[in-house]
Design a protein around this ligand. Sequence first.
Ligand SMILES: [Zn+2]
Length: 198
Amino acid sequence: MGEYATYDGESIKIGTCEDMYYLRYDQRNAVIPKPGNVDPAKDADRLWFRLPRREEENQKPGSFEFIDPFGVKPLRFRVKSDCVESKKEQAQIALECAEKTKHTVNGLTVSVPCYHGERGPLPEGMEYSEDFDDNPNAIVAVSIRDGKAKALVGCLTCKIAYLIVDRDEMENLEPLYEKEREDWEYLLRYMEKMEEDR
Ligand SMILES: [Zn+2]
């Protein structure tokens, strides 16, 4: 369901259900909620806000472009190689949350679980190919839960958001692309500010 609010005297769309695709966390007090719609300031701890990107810093509430499938340009990452425990933990969570992906060959449709890049156990007769992508994960949104800034992780293979990470857990992660290192640092600073600005 579309969520709307008033900004600068005009009605704007801020999101769909709990996903505030068109509103950053720092903009939650800049809009006036409409009756029957979410209040992004009061309801912040049950919503997800637009992932802050440096290039969108000056964009106004409601003016953001929707980029499929998570609404925003995802910030891709990998687990730091020296954090084996963290990677195992992530694999375990991925298995618990495994969703189905469909492949169609000659009219035959089969459903296979998506392991979100981790090499989980496969059914008999199936194997991972050499070009298996073990980094399909990205940060796709941020929010606040009990005063702590959280990042939402989505899988670019099956296109579902499946994991919530704390700011300190993000120390175990690093940007997948070196060119996005500044964006990564920008996000960490933003999340730090979220915890100060409540
Ligand atoms: Zn997946």
